[in-house]
Design a binder for this molecule. Sequence first.
Ligand code: PFF
Length: 452
Amino acid sequence: MWSTRLAFILAASGSAVGLGNIWRFPYTAGEYGGGAFVLVYILCVVLIGVPIMMAEIMLGRRGRRSPINTMRALASAEGRAPAWQLLGWMGIVAGFLILSFYSVIAGWTMGYIFRAASGLFTEIDATGAGEMFSGLIGDAERLLAWHTIFMVMVVLVVARGVAGGLEKAVRILMPALFVLLVVMVGYGMQAGDFDTAVAYLFEPDFAEFQGKAGEAILSAMGQAFFSLSLGMGAIMIYGSYLKRDSSIAQNTMIIAGLDTLVALLAGLAIFPIVFAHGLAPDSGPGLIFQTLPIAFGDMPGGSFFGALFFVLLLFAAWTSAISLLEPLVAWLVENLSFSRVRASVLGGLTVWLLGIACLLSLNAWSEVKIFGKGFLDLFDFLTANILLPLGGVLIAIFAGWMLSRASSSDELQMDDGPAYRLWRLLIRYVAPIAVGIVLLNAVGVLGWIGLG
Ligand code: PFF
């Protein structure tokens, strides 16, 4: 169990805040033209993400086991089909796929710590930053080395059990990352094109969605699930270590609020530089790696602050990665009586192998495409936009329709007042219907039956 309520909030925010906020949010928003995407994203967080996060924590705390066994136990307690445990299995697959590419991107972050510290950012321009980035992702051996080191770091922590070290690290490093982001926003105000960036992010222009609204909405929703760590059991398992007397609704608001704030700050730090240097907002996954070096290279003490920034980002990625491996490891320990060490090493090795396919898709295997995407892009798309939302719908249906009213109001510790009713409305109708429509549209079903 978490020693305090704060420990739970820190661990869950440690899972939520990561590369998704700082690397993925800005470039995805950039790919879909900014403001309209950001608005849809925020709506998804509030109307879908928050109720589903409450549901995940609630189910985890009621089941008190790994997600697969929690779902099995709860299904049986409520007299529902044992097939609900498939939800837990889906989460393990999603966690594997996410971690395999997440680790590669965390590797980029490590590479950038050293580039910053050795002064390579000093007075770098947009062309130089672009070349630095393509040099890194073109070098398979380097990527493999970083990916390997990161996976070893993840396995080491998971093997020792979640609490303890994680709690301490998050308590210091998260606020530090936050402060540094605020400093970067300050830099953007003073040296970047801040006004253009604010207008870009906060003045929705739906014309940007022209012809690709379905895809843009799918991506905004996927980003919400990814960023909040929802739909795969990571938050569920952290909920399973949460004490009975802690308010799930309040904790959720804090975690979701913090996560969204960090993503918006990242956007406000990056886009002023993008516009001041005439870079393209839609330049893809390399966006922060091509913009931040310019800012650090231009500010006093930039080598130090640059290195520090990437160190903190690495820690944020680390605490997220741990939560991606945890559901599988907990299951192996509970069901196959593996030791934690053996379970973590086995899981880590499998992810490591998958990660090699991801990093090669950036260079040697760049011609290998499945559904028009390389492995890294494919895993990213498949998990964030399909598997996590699908897991989320199932969680919503289970929490809203399969679990009795008495059970959910007891576990959430909410009596039948307006707050509980609102949650139930969102979890029973709004979340499943909204996510369902977006997913059906994505797989082409709506077009096929003549509604899309
Ligand atoms: N939320 C993490 C991020 O934004 O970087 C990524 C993540 C962690 C997704 C854990 C899913 C998950 F279960």
